[in-house]
Design a protein around this ligand. Structure first.
Ligand code: S3P
Length: 165
Protein backbone atom coordinates (compact mmCIF):
# COMPACT_ATOMS: atom_id res chain seq x y z
CA UNK A 1 0.00 0.00 0.00
CA UNK A 2 1.25 3.49 -0.85
CA UNK A 3 0.54 6.56 1.24
CA UNK A 4 0.45 10.02 -0.34
CA UNK A 5 0.89 12.91 2.09
CA UNK A 6 -0.77 16.14 0.97
CA UNK A 7 -1.09 19.51 2.67
CA UNK A 8 0.16 23.04 2.86
CA UNK A 9 3.79 24.01 2.61
CA UNK A 10 5.33 23.91 6.06
CA UNK A 11 2.88 21.31 7.35
CA UNK A 12 5.69 18.78 7.83
CA UNK A 13 4.96 16.28 5.04
CA UNK A 14 8.64 15.49 4.43
CA UNK A 15 9.62 15.00 8.06
CA UNK A 16 6.47 13.01 8.78
CA UNK A 17 7.00 10.91 5.65
CA UNK A 18 10.57 10.04 6.61
CA UNK A 19 9.65 9.04 10.15
CA UNK A 20 6.61 7.09 8.99
CA UNK A 21 8.61 5.21 6.39
CA UNK A 22 11.15 4.06 8.95
CA UNK A 23 8.43 3.07 11.43
CA UNK A 24 6.63 1.01 8.79
CA UNK A 25 9.71 -0.08 6.86
CA UNK A 26 8.30 1.47 3.70
CA UNK A 27 10.21 3.29 0.98
CA UNK A 28 10.11 7.09 1.07
CA UNK A 29 10.10 9.63 -1.75
CA UNK A 30 9.47 13.35 -1.87
CA UNK A 31 8.23 14.78 -5.17
CA UNK A 32 10.08 18.10 -4.75
CA UNK A 33 13.33 16.25 -4.02
CA UNK A 34 12.83 14.06 -7.10
CA UNK A 35 12.27 17.17 -9.22
CA UNK A 36 15.42 18.80 -7.83
CA UNK A 37 17.51 15.68 -8.41
CA UNK A 38 16.23 15.17 -11.94
CA UNK A 39 16.86 18.76 -13.00
CA UNK A 40 19.84 19.47 -10.80
CA UNK A 41 18.20 22.72 -9.71
CA UNK A 42 16.24 23.72 -6.62
CA UNK A 43 12.46 24.11 -6.90
CA UNK A 44 12.99 27.84 -6.46
CA UNK A 45 15.52 27.98 -9.31
CA UNK A 46 13.20 26.01 -11.61
CA UNK A 47 10.31 28.36 -10.90
CA UNK A 48 12.46 31.48 -11.24
CA UNK A 49 14.02 30.33 -14.50
CA UNK A 50 11.12 28.56 -16.22
CA UNK A 51 7.96 29.72 -14.43
CA UNK A 52 5.05 28.07 -12.71
CA UNK A 53 3.45 26.36 -15.70
CA UNK A 54 6.69 24.55 -16.40
CA UNK A 55 7.15 23.60 -12.76
CA UNK A 56 3.60 22.24 -12.49
CA UNK A 57 4.17 20.19 -15.65
CA UNK A 58 7.41 18.71 -14.27
CA UNK A 59 5.69 18.04 -10.96
CA UNK A 60 2.96 16.03 -12.71
CA UNK A 61 5.43 14.08 -14.77
CA UNK A 62 7.49 13.18 -11.72
CA UNK A 63 4.41 12.11 -9.77
CA UNK A 64 2.82 10.14 -12.56
CA UNK A 65 6.05 8.35 -13.44
CA UNK A 66 6.54 7.05 -9.93
CA UNK A 67 6.99 3.32 -9.80
CA UNK A 68 6.64 1.37 -6.61
CA UNK A 69 8.92 -1.53 -5.69
CA UNK A 70 7.26 -1.96 -2.33
CA UNK A 71 4.92 0.05 -0.14
CA UNK A 72 5.99 3.69 -0.31
CA UNK A 73 5.29 6.95 1.50
CA UNK A 74 5.18 9.86 -0.94
CA UNK A 75 5.53 13.40 0.42
CA UNK A 76 4.08 15.74 -2.20
CA UNK A 77 4.51 19.46 -2.91
CA UNK A 78 1.69 21.59 -1.52
CA UNK A 79 0.27 22.35 -4.97
CA UNK A 80 0.07 18.76 -6.22
CA UNK A 81 -3.70 18.71 -5.70
CA UNK A 82 -4.26 21.60 -8.12
CA UNK A 83 -4.09 19.16 -11.03
CA UNK A 84 -6.97 16.69 -11.33
CA UNK A 85 -4.84 14.09 -13.06
CA UNK A 86 -2.45 14.14 -10.12
CA UNK A 87 -5.36 13.48 -7.78
CA UNK A 88 -6.60 10.62 -9.98
CA UNK A 89 -3.12 9.11 -10.01
CA UNK A 90 -2.85 9.27 -6.22
CA UNK A 91 -6.35 7.78 -5.78
CA UNK A 92 -5.51 4.93 -8.08
CA UNK A 93 -2.19 4.15 -6.46
CA UNK A 94 -2.72 4.58 -2.74
CA UNK A 95 -4.31 6.34 0.18
CA UNK A 96 -4.29 10.13 0.33
CA UNK A 97 -3.64 11.59 3.76
CA UNK A 98 -4.12 15.28 4.47
CA UNK A 99 -1.59 16.61 6.96
CA UNK A 100 -3.86 19.26 8.39
CA UNK A 101 -2.30 22.18 10.24
CA UNK A 102 -4.16 25.39 11.14
CA UNK A 103 -3.14 28.68 9.54
CA UNK A 104 -2.08 30.00 12.96
CA UNK A 105 0.34 27.13 13.50
CA UNK A 106 1.63 27.31 9.91
CA UNK A 107 2.37 31.00 10.36
CA UNK A 108 4.25 30.31 13.58
CA UNK A 109 6.29 27.56 12.01
CA UNK A 110 7.38 29.26 8.81
CA UNK A 111 10.49 31.27 9.59
CA UNK A 112 12.23 33.58 7.11
CA UNK A 113 14.51 30.81 5.89
CA UNK A 114 11.53 28.58 5.09
CA UNK A 115 9.72 31.48 3.42
CA UNK A 116 12.75 32.23 1.24
CA UNK A 117 12.78 28.65 -0.04
CA UNK A 118 9.19 28.92 -1.25
CA UNK A 119 8.71 31.23 -4.22
CA UNK A 120 4.91 31.12 -4.02
CA UNK A 121 5.17 33.12 -0.80
CA UNK A 122 6.75 35.99 -2.75
CA UNK A 123 3.58 36.20 -4.78
CA UNK A 124 0.75 35.37 -2.36
CA UNK A 125 0.26 35.37 1.38
CA UNK A 126 0.24 32.07 3.22
CA UNK A 127 -3.27 32.90 4.43
CA UNK A 128 -4.59 33.40 0.87
CA UNK A 129 -3.05 30.14 -0.30
CA UNK A 130 -4.50 28.37 2.75
CA UNK A 131 -7.96 29.84 2.15
CA UNK A 132 -8.08 28.82 -1.50
CA UNK A 133 -6.73 25.33 -0.92
CA UNK A 134 -8.18 24.11 2.34
CA UNK A 135 -11.46 22.84 0.88
CA UNK A 136 -9.55 21.13 -1.89
CA UNK A 137 -7.30 19.25 0.54
CA UNK A 138 -10.42 18.25 2.49
CA UNK A 139 -12.20 17.11 -0.63
CA UNK A 140 -9.48 14.98 -2.20
CA UNK A 141 -8.13 13.23 0.89
CA UNK A 142 -9.19 9.82 2.16
CA UNK A 143 -8.11 10.57 5.69
CA UNK A 144 -7.24 13.80 7.44
CA UNK A 145 -4.94 14.03 10.40
CA UNK A 146 -5.20 17.13 12.59
CA UNK A 147 -1.63 17.85 13.51
CA UNK A 148 -1.70 21.04 15.59
CA UNK A 149 0.41 20.69 18.71
CA UNK A 150 1.43 17.11 17.98
CA UNK A 151 4.97 15.74 17.69
CA UNK A 152 6.03 13.98 14.50
CA UNK A 153 6.00 10.69 16.42
CA UNK A 154 2.39 11.09 17.50
CA UNK A 155 1.31 12.22 14.05
CA UNK A 156 2.86 9.05 12.61
CA UNK A 157 1.14 6.94 15.28
CA UNK A 158 -2.20 8.53 14.36
CA UNK A 159 -1.60 7.80 10.70
CA UNK A 160 -0.73 4.19 11.48
CA UNK A 161 -3.85 3.74 13.60
CA UNK A 162 -6.09 5.22 10.92
CA UNK A 163 -4.58 3.42 7.94
CA UNK A 164 -2.81 0.22 8.84
CA UNK A 165 -4.50 -1.11 11.96
C1 S3P B 1 4.30 24.58 -3.42
C2 S3P B 1 4.84 23.90 -2.36
C3 S3P B 1 6.26 23.51 -2.31
C4 S3P B 1 6.84 23.38 -3.72
C5 S3P B 1 6.56 24.61 -4.52
C6 S3P B 1 5.08 24.92 -4.63
C7 S3P B 1 2.86 24.96 -3.38
O1 S3P B 1 6.39 22.27 -1.63
O2 S3P B 1 6.32 22.26 -4.38
O3 S3P B 1 7.27 25.68 -3.93
O4 S3P B 1 2.30 25.32 -4.43
O5 S3P B 1 2.25 24.84 -2.28
P1 S3P B 1 6.17 22.08 -0.03
O6 S3P B 1 4.70 21.87 0.18
O7 S3P B 1 6.96 20.85 0.29
O8 S3P B 1 6.70 23.30 0.61
Amino acid sequence: MNIFLIGMMGSGKTSIGKTLSSKLDYDFVDTDQLIEKKHNLSVKEIINQFGWVHFRAIESIVLQHLTFNQSTIIATGGGIILNEDNVKFMRKNGIIIYIKVSIEELMNRLNQQEINKRPLLNECSLKDIFDTRKTLYDKVCDIEISCDGLSIESICDRIIIKTID
